[in-house]
Design a protein around this ligand. Structure first.
Ligand code: FES
Ligand code: FES
Length: 189
């Protein structure tokens, strides 16, 4: 069973999204022991004893909190679907590299965004890393649309659900009830 199924279907932490299911888009990104990981292709059986951090708990992390603040300031999200994965990737990057260059940001922020928020993401990561934000046209252009879509991580945090789970208990309880091979995931986002 993929870790993503446990996070969403068993724990009800729906801030982590299902996109491609093929480790391509990054919508399902979580942190495993601080390392960004694509949960759609990560077997839960290998997660015993590991620390899993999802978007719901990102603001319990000092760097995550800073990233969320920058995301809100730069009004990064449009539809919002990819954004929890983007925030996880940005937080993981800044844990490894406190002040990333634009090249390091480009290399690390490879999650797909069908709304094209890449420039705003770069600016928000720059700011989270302590660099002065650039004032790109894209960030300005995104502002109006994003204003009506609150940052998903903020909305998720409001649920007050614990997003840090030691998955060993889950793996034990659920590894027999594998429902693998589904070709869609059409539950509520
Ligand atoms: S859903 Fe996991 S990478 Fe796309
Ligand atoms: S896919 Fe819509 S904000 Fe990224």
């Amino acid at each position: 069973m993929p870790l993503l199924w446990v996070i969403r279907d068993e724990l009800g932490l729906t801030g982590t999204k299902y996109g491609c299911g093929l480790a391509q888009c990054g919508a399902c990104s979580v942190m495993v022991d601080g390392v960004v990981t694509r949960s759609c292709v990560t077997p839960v059986e290998g997660m015993v004893g590991r620390k899993i951090t999802t978007i719901e708990a990102i603001e319990n992390d000092e760097i995550g909190k800073r990233v969320v603040a920058a995301w809100v300031k730069h009004q990064v999200p449009q539809c919002g679907y990819c954004q929890s994965g983007q925030v996880m990737a940005a937080t993981a990057l800044l844990k490894q590299t406190a002040h990333p260059t634009d090249e390091q940001i480009a290399a690390a922020m490879v999650n797909l965004c069908r709304c094209g928020t890449y420039n705003a993401i770069r600016d928000a990561v720059r700011e989270s890393g302590g660099s002065a934000p650039s004032n790109t046209a894209a960030a300005i252009g995104n502002a109006k649309v994003a204003a009506v879509h609150p940052a998903p991580s903020v909305a998720a945090a409001a649920t007050a659900l614990a997003g840090i789970a030691v998955v060993s208990a889950i793996a034990k309880a659920k590894s027999e009830t594998v429902e693998d091979g589904r070709d869609g995931h059409d539950e509520a986002c």
